[in-house]
Design a protein around this ligand. Structure first.
Ligand SMILES: Cc1cc2nc3c(=O)[nH]c(=O)nc-3n(C[C@H](O)[C@H](O)[C@H](O)COP(=O)(O)OP(=O)(O)OC[C@H]3O[C@@H](n4cnc5c(N)ncnc54)[C@H](O)[C@@H]3O)c2cc1C
Ligand code: SF4
Length: 537
């Protein structure tokens, strides 16, 4: 069948059409590795493992997006990129689990993420040692350093020559983006006025051509999928390359169960495609289905050998989930800012990332100068700040004058913040996820400090009338890594303590959340896990 694409990119899989024929599967008789979920981690794993010569099958619940025909520069229609299936939320600060937290489809969350690309700092891995809270990771910064560098090179991350915070001081492979948006210029000016260091953001977005893809043209539809392909996603980068190395990607296939054989090892997965059940056998299964769905699948896969769910001898599967606190501060400027223009985040500061005991809380945060499209702004004001009617209308009539800064704040783990199974069933007959979340005292103090800093930055350039919109971002944890099987779900290579051929590799293995956007760390951990599996199989 002829390709429907005018532009042929290497995502053009199965002649431009989504894979639909499950009777002719490449590895129907069994694969070396079955990866559940084709997002940030799943994409990297698929690429690295297939490149190493392994037979890889990726089973993905959502569609195989065709950038040219499925994406639009339209806020409302592109909410289809998110995981919108019903989940139940509870706690003092129930999470809003829609467009802002999860992706669904090949590429996962990377398809509609903002592209801000940070390494963790050394301190993130030793929080217990340094601050006496949470726990230390079983790996340290040096274990990930070369994988961070590899990922940055592989996808041509753009960023400043000098990055002032953490162990990596730059330069990034591609030059920093310019010009930066008016909102980011205001932010940088405000920071300078009150003595805060800032830089142009490191981004998984091209500042010059790379592998046939064009640089960013600043249209600002990054959270709608990026039609020009200037923004990295595993949909357009790792997955097509994995396919070229022989991997098979089964899209629109929802994994419902991980199967266990008589010896107590996993033997593959069951998945549902258009109402019909299929089985995929594999020597190794890797769950990369994101923070809510990975624990849900492990708990849903309970069987006589593992009645409490798979990999759950510690009882910690689903426990200790974290988000980033992510309040927005909007303020009015006397000239037009036009928040829709340009890549949403183009300037950042990590001056408040590390613990400073004089602040009265531990750990810290990143501030991102953050654009917003109008529908996102209006729905944030209405849903999270309870601003309705005339006030909402008046604010939105002044939309072009608003500047915005967003916090990405570390949230400490708490076992009561958890994914569990509810009594309600979904369309596959499986219990829906119940997601409980409340902030702790340290989290609330950190938020108050960060919001105050955002206001100070914008006031310094003459902005007025602050509006604070509480929000969260970047769900993490729930299958934490650790050396002690009684206190963790996987080891430092993401291998489950209980079942040697079951790996869990995605944002759920995080021990702490760090104070910055997490996806580069998720991808670096996936690349390291792939190396480990290749050395072992
Ligand atoms: C609006 C938005 C902006 C963001 N901006 C940034 C940013 O600027 N910087 C940053 O670092 N991070 C950002 N993130 C976060 C980033 O997208 C996530 O950290 C990252 O995608 C998580 O990777 P993952 O591999 O854990 O899961 P995902 O990328 O979510 O992939 C999981 C995949 O598993 C699939 N799946 C789930 N259950 C099943 C099942 N049962 N069977 C088969 N498949 C299944 C899903 O459909 C999905 O494709 C943003 C996220 C959003 C939503
Ligand atoms: S601003 Fe750049 S990265 Fe974002 S959608 Fe437009 S071209 Fe893509």
């Amino acid at each position: 069948m002829a390709s429907r694409d005018k532009v042929r990119h290497n995502y053009d899989h199965y002649d431009g059409h989504r894979y639909n024929d499950l009777n002719h599967r490449k590895y129907a008789d069994g694969a070396d590795v079955c990866i559940v979920g084709a997002g940030a981690a799943g994409g990297v794993l698929a690429y690295e493992l297939s490149k190493a010569g392994l037979k890889v099958v990726v089973v993905e619940a959502g569609p195989y997006w065709n950038v040219q025909t499925d994406f639009a520069s339209d806020e409302l229609s592109m909410s289809q990129l998110a995981w919108q299936q019903t989940r139940l939320v509870s706690g003092k600060d129930p999470l809003d689990l829609g467009h802002n937290l999860t992706g669904r489809g090949v590429g996962g969350g990377t398809v509609h993420f903002t592209g801000v690309f940070f390494r963790f700092h050394e301190s993130d891995f030793v929080v217990k040692t340094l601050d006496g809270v949470a726990d230390d990771w079983p790996i340290n910064y040096q274990d990930l350093a070369r994988y961070y560098s590899k990922i940055e090179r592989d996808i041509a991350v753009s960023g400043p020559r000098q990055f002032p915070w953490g162990s990596f001081s730059g330069p990034y492979p591609y030059p920093e983006r310019e010009p930066i948006s008016a909102n980011s210029q205001l932010f940088r000016k405000g920071c300078e006025k009150i003595g805060i260091k800032s830089t142009v953001a490191p981004l998984a977005i091209l500042s010059a051509p790379f592998e046939g893809r064009p640089p960013c043209i600043n249209r600002g539809f990054c959270n709608q999928g990026c039609l020009p392909n200037a923004k990295f996603s595993t949909l357009i980068h790792h997955i097509p390359k994995a396919i070229q190395w022989g991997a098979e990607v089964l899209s629109d296939c929802m994994v419902t169960q991980v199967e266990v054989d008589k010896s107590g090892k996993v033997s593959g997965v069951l998945f549902n495609h258009q109402g019909k059940e299929y089985r995929q056998r594999a020597k190794i299964v890797i769950l990369s289905a994101f923070v809510v769905e990975t624990p849900r699948l492990l708990l849903n896969s309970a069987c006589p050998q593992f009645p409490d769910g798979l990999a759950n001898s510690s009882g910690l599967v689903g426990k200790g989930i974290m988000v980033h606190s992510s309040p927005d501060v909007y303020m009015k400027y006397h000239q037009e800012v036009r928040l829709y223009k340009g890549t949403p985040v183009l300037a950042v500061t990590q001056d408040f990332y590390e613990t400073d005991s004089s602040r009265g809380f531990v750990r810290g945060y990143t501030l991102n100068a953050h654009g917003s499209r109008p529908v996102a702004m209006a729905s944030g004001l209405a849903n999270h700040a309870n601003i309705w009617g005339k006030r909402l209308r008046d604010i939105m009539l002044n939309y072009n004058h608003y500047a915005r800064v967003t916090v990405v704040g570390e949230v400490l783990p708490n076992l009561d913040n958890a994914v569990t199974l509810s009594d309600e069933k979904d369309e596959y007959g499986l219990p829906r996820a119940q997601v409980n979340f409340s902030y702790g005292e340290n989290d609330n103090k950190l938020i108050a400090h960060a919001v105050d800093k955002c206001q100070q930055i914008l006031e310094a350039v003459g902005c007025t009338d602050p509006i604070i919109v509480p929000d969260t971002a970047h769900l993490l944890g729930g299958c934490r890594m650790g050396n002690d099987p009684a206190k963790s779900v996987v080891n430092g290579f993401c291998q489950s303590h209980d079942i040697p051929n079951l790996y869990i590799c995605d944002g759920s293995v995080f021990v702490t959340s760090g104070g910055g956007n997490p996806t580069e760390t998720i991808m670096a951990i996936a690349a390291r896990t792939a190396d480990h599996i290749v050395g072992r199989i």
